[in-house]
Design a protein around this ligand. Sequence first.
Ligand code: HSE
Length: 376
Amino acid sequence: MKIALLGYGTVGRGVDRIIRERVPDVEVTRILELPDRLSDPRMTASFDEILADDAVELVVECMGGIEPAHTYIASALRSGRHVVTSNKAVVAAHLAEFAALAHAAGVGLYLEAAVGGGVPWIAGIEKVRRVDDVTSFSGIMNGTTNYIVDAMRKERADFAEVLAEAQRLGYAERDPSADIDGVDVRNKTIISASVAFDVACEKDLPTSGIRNLTLADLELFSAHGRTVKLLGRGVAGNGRYAAAVEPVAVAASSLEAAVPSNFNLLTLDGTTVGELRFYGQGAGSLPTGNAIVQDVLDCVTGARRPVYDFSRALAYDPSLLRSDYVLRTTAALDGEPYGPGALLVRDLTAEGARALLDEALASDPTTFMAALPRED
Ligand code: HSE
């Protein structure tokens, strides 16, 4: 099969290399690049030229961002091309539209690389759903923030110091906001919930990140036998679902607590299979490239043809996701003492907690909040 790559950054180069070295039945014949970066005879700056090439049967989009990726993916699907994408932002924003276009054109839409990099999470959910309902999921879905928290804990270093090191190593972006404020995890949570629960997931999920996490916060939680991980979570049942992104004070003995460096750990619960966990490299050129190539091969061989049908009337109900919360803040809030400068506020929804965090941030912009799972 002849395929086109849209974008030749970290992921696109990984895809090209894996296909060249390991996949003889697939050929990258076209690459969309910026006009000043056309360094290979396969490259063009014109998407229309790629669309006009009838030999191209599948388009891999790994440009990132919403536009023009959205327009290109929609055009490729309308033209009868299969689409494989690693772009979590555009998929989170437009999955229902892409799914409808793919269905109408009778082509495949493959998303594996958009969540969890090389970890076969999306295909894992789809396989579980052949038999089971997915009743909940949770995940360390962002390598950059896991690296930051892990390094803070192990090296007893503060946030800014570790973030600077992560940027030096190329893990964190120059503008790391999407990672540290939870936006990247929100996109991955929206996609996970959509696939797990068969619903065009609510976009405005309660979201908080680790921007204000300090070494002293980690030491406080450590004294309570816990550490902090940024988790995307979702739960569904009785025709309703909820999802959220927030730091969670997980037990120090949990598998989440043990996830090192920039690795991901994704967990689901299925009706008969019970708990399933998926662990691996959630980012990077070759792991993410590998997930894309697996999708390409599923398409080429016909082994897997995902169908996303969002007609199921599942209502978004934030009351399904409740936790106790710890806030380290100088803001005047009602709560029980949890440690120096920290309060425990019991039984909030994730939405209620996000509103309380906003209230605290208004008087203390350094406030940090983490959920305490209620079952502990
Ligand atoms: N910034 C993301 C991360 C890249 O750190 O996980 C992979 O989606």
